[in-house]
Design a protein around this ligand. Structure first.
Ligand code: SAM
Length: 217
């Protein structure tokens, strides 16, 4: 869900840098060939992720929830010369598409796509990667607390965790959903946990479906 009027979103897109052509093609391919193309980050959110990557200049990025690779490709724009991005998904069809587009973008050597359950793969990656500069959380909403707890001690000082969909199409302020819907309950717990964590500073941006920005102190 977009919380901002669609005409305003259109104006914002018209005044945002263009996406590289491989991302435009990936967006079109995903909409023509895959289920739930709405999951793809898209132009505006993608340029936001790319800007965050370019500002932080990360050595190590963790992208939780590859889908067809749009967010991975945006974040990878900011990687340092020897930097590396790891992306995780349990959907092998989506990962195959992502890998094709990583090659089209000449970024296959800087991106590793891993197939499997996010929690198990994060645990494995944490044993081989020294630290994370950026973590983008966009897989199972009910697992956000687990992803956060797995990553927070591996975050470099000044590192950035970003969590997508934290407004959950507005359900996050609907008392009926908060009483009955598991994902809404756990996303609300996640937002409260971050808000009360003295190790971080945070801002909840109402971009698209809501992004929680969390900077490790
Ligand atoms: C919203 S999409 C990701 C979109 C992508 N980050 C982008 O910006 O274009 C969420 C993805 O998370 C994956 N996913 C959900 N739960 C998962 C889990 N427990 N382990 C691994 N992948 C998971 C789904 O298969 C799906 O492709």
């Amino acid at each position: 869900m977009d919380f901002i009027d669609s005409n305003i979103v259109k104006y914002a897109e018209d005044h945002t840098s263009e996406e590289p052509s491989y991302l435009y093609q990936l967006n079109r391919y995903t909409h023509s060939n895959l289920l739930k193309p709405r999951m793809l980050s898209g132009h505006l959110q993608g340029r936001f992720l790319a800007l965050m990557g370019q500002l932080i200049k990360p050595d190590y990025i963790l992208d939780i929830g590859t889908y067809t690779g749009y967010s991975a490709l945006c974040l990878a724009e900011g990687l340092t010369a020897n930097g590396h991005l790891y992306t995780i998904d349990r959907n092998d069809e989506a990962i195959a598409v992502a890998q094709d587009f990583f090659a089209k973008a000449n970024l296959s050597n800087k991106i590793t796509a891993l197939h499997g359950n996010a929690i198990e793969l994060i645990e494995q990656l944490n044993t081989k990667v020294p630290y994370w500069n950026i973590v983008w959380m966009d897989a199972e909403k009910a697992d956000y607390i687990n992803y956060y707890n797995l990553c927070i001690d591996k975050m470099a000082s000044g590192g950035l965790i970003m969590a997508d969909n934290v407004l959950w199409s507005g359900k996050i302020i609907d008392q009926n959903e908060l009483d009955t819907d598991k994902d809404t309950i756990l996303l609300n717990e996640f937002n409260s946990m971050v808000q009360n964590d003295p190790r971080v500073e945070n801002i909840l941006l109402p971009i698209r479906d809501g992004i929680m920005m969390i900077r490790k102190l």
